[in-house]
Design a protein around this ligand. Structure first.
Ligand SMILES: [Zn+2]
Length: 60
């Protein structure tokens, strides 16, 4: 299921690409162009469960 509404402010989520930056020990890893949703009101970013899984895999 894809996110639809912001869980903080109930704002509309806009689909778009974003950057995901993770810090792994001393290295900074930037993953570009991942599909994500951003809240129109508060800019909170949401990822689909599929993307969350991929990020988890990269983090390992
Ligand atoms: Zn919001």
């Amino acid at each position: 299921m894809e996110p639809d509404r912001c869980s903080f402010c109930k704002g509309r989520l806009i689909k778009g690409g974003t950057e995901f930056i993770v810090r792994v020990v001393s290295e900074l890893l930037v993953i570009r162009g991942i599909p994500a949703y951003a809240c129109e009101e508060c800019d909170e970013a949401y990822y689909t469960p599929d993307i969350s899984r991929k990020i988890d895999r990269i983090m390992e």
